[in-house]
Design a protein around this ligand. Sequence first.
Ligand SMILES: C[S@@+](CC[C@H](N)C(=O)[O-])C[C@H]1O[C@@H](n2cnc3c(N)ncnc32)[C@H](O)[C@@H]1O
Length: 238
Amino acid sequence: MGGLDIDSIKYRKYLWNKEYSTRKALPSSNTFHPSSSLRRFIEKYPRIKKDKALDIGAGNGRNAFYLIQNGFKYVKAIDLSPVAIDLAKQEAKRLGLADRIDFIANDAALEIGKDVNSYSLIIDMTTLHSMTKSSRRETVKHIKRLIAPNGYYLIFTLLANSPAVVDLKAKMPGPEENSYRFKFEEDTITEKAFTKGELEKLFSPLKLIEYEEYQTVTRAYKGEFPRIYITCLFQNKP
Ligand SMILES: C[S@@+](CC[C@H](N)C(=O)[O-])C[C@H]1O[C@@H](n2cnc3c(N)ncnc32)[C@H](O)[C@@H]1O
């Protein structure tokens, strides 16, 4: 999209709208099955408080549906892309879940900045690594504020020393540490990966209570990317 700053929210919104309307270059845009990381968490912690949950970068709603289907009373699901949110709303109606999920199209940083709820679970399934620096900073600040005492924050994201990250960074480094850019069709995609220590620092004073690495080859953007994903489970321990 000519003329737009590629690190602006406007450009990122344009990219994600394209992804959910026509491009469908990512596995998560092509399924309503929940993220494996979230499924493992819910199976491992069946007795957590299933009150209110917040889904940051909810995409087509697949993880929000899973939370409601597994006992949560209410989910607020936010995504930058109005196209993704329309898909999610249609699917929620089809599943008969529309009255228990609020799907909101907005930048998560802006939306949760005005939120006063207290959430027993906040999830981010592969959103943080595609956020702009300022959205990420504000979103993280508000996540820490909105987590209930003893509540959980579950994040599934990209590990910095993934072979694909090292390779892409060498070809076209991005504006931050462990970030990179690549061209796809007429667009420029920017992503940032994380180290374990960086996430611990970012989400402090939440306590990291579980950490898991998962090596895979992601088929995305018509290519194959050897990546290591990480799941971090943080808890707001008093
Ligand atoms: C890889 S997709 C994952 C979607 C979903 N979590 C899932 O697992 O299917 C990343 C999502 O983050 C959203 N996103 C990126 N930046 C955002 C922001 N600043 N605020 C809200 N959502 C954002 C994108 O629109 C996209 O839907």
